[in-house]
Design a protein around this ligand. Structure first.
Ligand code: SMG
Ligand code: MG
Length: 414
């Protein structure tokens, strides 16, 4: 098994043309959103009300990273009610601003006070214009992504088109990996990894931090067949002064090292990439297509983890996919412990041709005892891409009601 080097020519899937991203330029039946087939979609969506739901959903096991421990998810769901139907979005901001500066309460406040008033100021709005209307608000990409996702779901549902088809998916199922948290002991880690491999996961990602890196990686490598795909994620826990220490990971034939250094330090990542042979993958640093371009051009990374929430939505995520494809930089789909709502959309995105590595798109039972949609089930290491209209899954209202901690409805005035 070899890692991904900058030089390795990539086998791109069929249909992976090097088009510039524009959702209306996609081939074959992918222009429905603006095609004037019905008054509902002819000029975009008129949203009458937006329901903001907070749910508390326990994880099956605590998930420890270099920045903290998650025991349950505090999820903000965005439910838009429009003239042509409804749509759902999931905000991936965590309860506390530890992964990045956004957090669930802050995202909700930004949505209520800054995003929705701008959107309601438009009579009808096409989803491809949502980001432009929200652009004067700086940052807050997870909040924007959740709203845009709900808009997209509503428009696609009313047009009868799946998100996967709209984005340009070329597969009907995607290969899945699993992210394994920092454990209290090595035996516990081996146990967890062994269970996931038995379940069929195609790639293992180990969370690392100073003091939990070489030893757990070495043990996992030695304990399991040498062919397993293995990578690590530091969530920005190191500094450039750790370059030699990180280079010691090279001996373990990892697919990649994800986000070793702080988010803002692109240049430091470029310097690190000269010392470490293992490909550097960026997660937290890549907040937009523009930053992705800069990071690639300066040699800060040779692989990108795409998370739609982190970059402001699925349309920006698709743009990043396309620019990476054009530069032969492989991408994979990250995860933020999403419910079935976010997972459905992530799996659709992961079906695009340049998603060349298994994603953190694990099955529902890796996260929750009871998901808020029909569960995603791993079959032969893969999840099926939803093919129904919009995100292609239905929200289980009774389950959501049972988990709800707060509910607010913001209505259009006038
Ligand atoms: O959704 O399976 C998942 C989690 C994958 O490790 C994961 N996510 O930095 O990539 C990452 C982390 C961010 C969330 S940790 C709470
Ligand atoms: Mg990460």
């Amino acid at each position: 098994m070899g890692g991904i080097s900058n030089a390795r020519p990539l086998a791109c899937g069929r249909g992976a043309s090097r088009r510039a991203w524009h959702p209306h330029r996609l081939a074959g039946g992918m222009t429905e959103l603006r095609r004037p087939t019905s008054p509902a979609t002819a000029s975009g969506l008129r949203v009458e009300a937006v329901e903001l739901r907070r749910i508390a959903i326990p994880l099956v096991a605590p998930f420890r990273t270099s920045f903290g421990v998650e025991r349950q998810r505090d999820v903000l769901l965005v439910h838009v009610l429009g003239n042509a139907g409804e749509g759902w979005g999931e905000c991936v901001a965590m309860e506390e601003p530890l992964y990045s500066s956004e957090y669930a309460d802050g995202a909700q406040r930004v949505i209520e006070e800054h995003l929705l008033p701008r959107l309601f100021a438009q009579d009808h709005l096409d989803v491809t214009d949502v980001a432009r209307v929200l652009a004067p608000i700086r940052g807050h990409r997870m909040a924007k992504a959740a709203v845009e996702m709900a808009w997209l779901d509503a428009q696609l549902r009313s047009a009868g088109q799946s998100l996967a088809a709209y984005l340009g998916a070329t597969r009907t199922s995607v290969e899945c990996g699993v992210s394994v948290g920092i454990m209290d002991s090595i035996p516990q880690l081996l146990d967890a990894v062994g269970t996931y491999l038995e379940q069929g996961y195609r790639r293992i990602k180990l969370k690392v931090e100073p003091g939990w890196d070489l030893e757990p990686v070495r043990t996992v490598r030695e304990h399991f067949p040498s062919g397993i795909l293995l990578q690590v994620d530091a969530n920005a826990a190191y500094t450039l002064a750790d370059a030699d220490h990180l280079a010691a990971l090279d001996q373990f034939d990892l697919l990649l090292i994800e986000q070793p250094l702080p988010q803002e330090e692109l240049l430091a990542h470029a310097k690190l990439a000269k010392v470490v042979r293992t490909p550097i993958c960026l997660d937290e640093s890549i907040v937009s297509a523009a930053v992705a371009t800069e990071a690639i051009e300066m040699g800060a990374c040779s692989v990108i983890n795409i998370k739609p929430g982190r970059v402001g939505g699925y349309l920006e995520a698709a743009q990043i996919h396309d620019l990476c494809l054009a530069r032969q930089v492989p991408v994979w789909c990250g995860g933020m412990l999403e419910t079935g709502v976010g997972r459905a959309a992530n799996v659709a995105l992961a079906a695009l041709p340049n998603f060349l590595l298994p994603g953190d798109t694990s099955a529902s039972d890796r996260y929750f005892r009871q998901d808020i949609t029909a569960p995603f089930i791993l079959e032969d290491g893969r999840l099926a891409v939803p093919s129904g209209p919009g995100i292609g899954v239905e929200v289980l209202r009774d389950v959501v009601d049972g988990l709800t901690t707060s509910r607010r409805v913001v209505r259009r005035v006038g």
